[in-house]
Design a protein around this ligand. Structure first.
Ligand code: S3P
Length: 180
């Protein structure tokens, strides 16, 4: 079955799933515009995500993120890499699903912890005394929300970004009717 109305490709998933890297490869392969929501907000405010959280607060960050999602959802032929918390607002999910194929990059706890352990740019993970327990709790809460928001899922455990992107591109081509 194809959904020819879905002109965007949207990547969702937990922090460390590889959304930005995989989106970049997909955009190149599909000849579509790359839109990385965190990156766009960082450029707009000339601040890092950590600074945005501390200067604006999480609530205002989420408001800006929501405005951006509404704007991007009216565009077409974009690969949209979302921040891991985008799906927490049902308004975002509805907008993204209206024009985009929403693909969950699903990743397991061990892989996430391994990837984020030495990174410092994620305010929601900074300062956790027990990083693994913190990620586990967030992942448990969010997994059903990611599953519900997604049209389909790619399991990225053990795959390189190039391999993950190849699966996503195939899904997009098949489901959106692109290239048929
Ligand atoms: C967040 C994920 C981050 C960033 C912000 C909040 C989240 O994006 O938007 O730190 O709530 O999961 P990444 O998923 O790209 O790390």
């Amino acid at each position: 079955m194809t959904h020819s109305g879905l002109t965007n490709l949207v990547l969702i998933g937990f922090m460390g799933a590889g959304k930005s890297t995989i989106a970049r490869i997909c955009a190149r392969r599909l000849g579509m515009t790359l839109c990385d929501t965190d990156q766009i907000l960082e450029n707009k405010y000339q601040m890092s995500i950590t600074q945005l959280f501390s200067e604006l607060g999480e609530q205002e960050f989420r408001r800006q993120e929501c405005n951006l999602i509404q704007e991007l959802s009216t565009g077409s032929r974009q690969v949209i890499a979302t921040g891991g918390g985008v799906v927490l607002n049902p308004v975002n999910v509805a907008a993204l699903r209206a024009t985009g194929l929403v693909v969950l990059l699903n990743v397991d706890l061990d892989t996430i912890v391994e990837r984020v352990r030495h990174q410092t740019h994620r305010p929601l993970l900074a300062g956790a005394t027990d990083l693994r327990a913190h990620v586990e709790e967030m992942l448990k809460k969010r997994t059903p929300i990611y599953r519900e928001a997604a049209h389909c899922t790619v399991e990225v455990r053990g795959l390189s970004p190039v391999e993950s992107a190849a699966s996503v591109v195939n899904l997009f081509k098949t489901i959106s009717g692109e290239g048929k």
